[in-house]
Each structure stands twice: as structure tokens, then as C-alpha cells.
Design a protein around this ligand. Structure first.
Ligand SMILES: O=C(O)CCC(=O)C(=O)O
Length: 261
């Protein structure tokens, strides 16, 4: 069941996140998860490492970037009809797809550094929500298997000086079932949880959206092959800067045809 856009955006405004339960069925989540595991293998086969010790201490996290390159299911998630209305409204009708990556936290994995994502693409002060994530839970996620942790109220921090010395100390886990989506304000401080379970992996995929005037986190022009590009919808190509123009702003595009290159 879809939730009213005003309600969800209101939660983002107030709490810095909103959870959409069961956007995918368990079967659909399992299929996307299987595609993610294949993507990790394909990434390694291409020589793109999936373990990054500087990011995830201990070597127990599998990172997969450029998801759209590996399987059409990820393009479908990036423009999922249930999620897009919330993303569009939350970003003032002007979203672009800045990045789409995944993190499989294996048992024994540790927590990464606390951060907010908006700070990776625009300098402080972060007074306006210009970025957000749609976090796809491809497993049931909870405190034990390393659910993403967030600092309540931190979407209101406007600069690094407002961040407590130990931002992780008061963080809480976002618990959700496989197939749910966690919408996160890009200013919310968060981290990956440590996976303390004996044998439960935690797969999550992070679609990072930003206002169209912000430089993408990912250079899609390098990471997406021509064959995959041809399969993408005009909207997704526009959001990824893969159309002929780079002008952005939904209001303008409503009056201008999107041309293909
Ligand atoms: O895996 C997680 O729970 C968080 C990942 C994250 O925040 C990141 O990769 O920037």
C-alpha cells in the first residue's frame, strides 16, 4: 500500500527519515539480492575490488558500485514507481541520480565512520535538503545483523561544528523487513552497524539522489557502458546526465524534448 506523499515528506522533514514497508515482495527482494551477488562477482571479474579497508575496517563488507551497469533490476529500483513520487517531492521536483551502490555486511563486519551524505557533494552549511537516499533492504535488517544506524535529529545539523564528538554514541538502528525502503534525508548522520550475528548477512542498496544542479557522486559517463545506456529510460538517462543536455530542472524539461545521444 502506498502512503500519502505529504505524510512521508512530513516525516522526512521532522525526523530525517521515513520507512516504506514492503515496497518489494519477499520474492522480488530475493531476486534483487541474487542480482547483487552476481554484480559483486562481475565487479571483481572486471578488476573493480569489492573490499575497501579504508572504508570498512576488517574486510567483511562487500561493496558494489555502479549497480545500474550490472543488472536491469537496479534501474527498475532507481525509478521504482512507488518510491519516485516521494523522492521527487522531497527534492522539490528536481531529482538526479547521483550514485547507486550496495553494501553487504557479512557476519563479523564492523561499523564505518559516521557521516552525512550531503557533505560529500556540497559544502556546509547544509540548510536545505538537497540530497537523499532510498535505501533498499534486500534482507531483513536489524541491530544484530548490522542495520544502518542514524543519529536522531541530526538532519538539522547545518555544519560539522554541530556534530557531537562521538556521533555514533546516540545512534539507533533502522530495523525493516526485506523489500522495505528507508528514505533518508541526505543531511542525516549515519553509519553501517556492526554485524554481530553468527551467520546472517545484511544486503542493502543505496540509491543516492541529489538536486540536478549538484555534480553527481558517480561519473556515470565512465561507469555505464553504451549497451546498458541504450536500455535506460529517458528519465533515468536524464537523472544520470546521460542525455545530450545537462540542464536539469524538471520545469524546463516539461517544455523541452529529451533527446538521446
Ligand atoms: O551500509 C550501511 O549501512 C551504510 C553505508 C553508508 O552509509 C555508505 O556507504 O556511505
Amino acid at each position: 500500500m502506498t502512503r500519502p506523499v505529504g505524510e512521508v515528506v512530513g516525516e522526512l522533514e521532522e525526523h530525517g527519515f521515513s520507512i516504506l514497508p514492503a515496497v518489494l515482495t519477499r520474492e522480488e527482494a530475493a531476486a534483487a539480492r541474487a542480482a547483487l551477488v552476481r554484480a559483486a562477482e562481475a565487479s571483481e571479474a572486471r578488476g573493480i575490488p569489492t573490499r575497501m579497508d579504508y572504508l570498512d575496517p576488517g574486510g567483511k563488507n562487500v561493496r558494489i558500485y555502479d549497480l545500474i551497469e550490472y543488472d536491469p533490476v537496479f534501474a527498475a529500483l532507481a525509478e521504482h514507481p512507488v518510491v519516485v513520487p516521494y523522492v521527487t517531492a522531497a527534492l522539490d521536483g528536481d531529482p538526479a541520480l547521483s550514485n547507486f551502490s550496495a553494501n553487504i555486511a557479512l557476519p563479523g563486519s564492523r561499523s564505518m565512520n559516521a557521516h552525512n551524505d550531503q557533505s560529500t557533494v556540497v559544502p556546509e552549511p547544509w540548510t536545505v535538503r538537497w540530497t537523499m537516499n532510498a535505501i533498499w533492504c534486500l534482507d531483513d535488517v536489524d541491530e544484530e545483523n548490522g542495520a544502518t544506524r542514524y543519529l536522531p535529529g541530526s538532519h538539522r545539523f547545518t555544519c560539522f561544528a554541530e556534530v557531537p564528538d562521538d556521533p555514533k554514541a546516540a545512534m539507533l538502528p533502522w530495523e525493516a523487513t526485506a523489500g522495505s525502503v528507508i528514505l533518508m534525508d541526505g543531511r542525516t548522520w549515519h553509519t553501517s552497524g556492526a554485524n554481530t550475528s553468527a551467520d546472517r548477512e545484511r544486503a542493502m542498496a543505496f540509491a543516492f539522489y541529489a538536486r540536478s544542479f549538484i555534480r553527481h557522486q558517480n561519473n556515470w559517463n565512465r561507469s555505464i557502458s553504451r549497451d546498458v545506456r541504450r536500455t535506460l529510460s529517458p528519465t533515468l538517462k536524464e537523472w544520470m546526465g546521460l542525455s545530450s543536455g545537462n540542464i536539469g530542472y524538471g520545469t524546463y524539461l516539461a517544455h523541452a524534448p529529451i533527446t538521446d545521444s
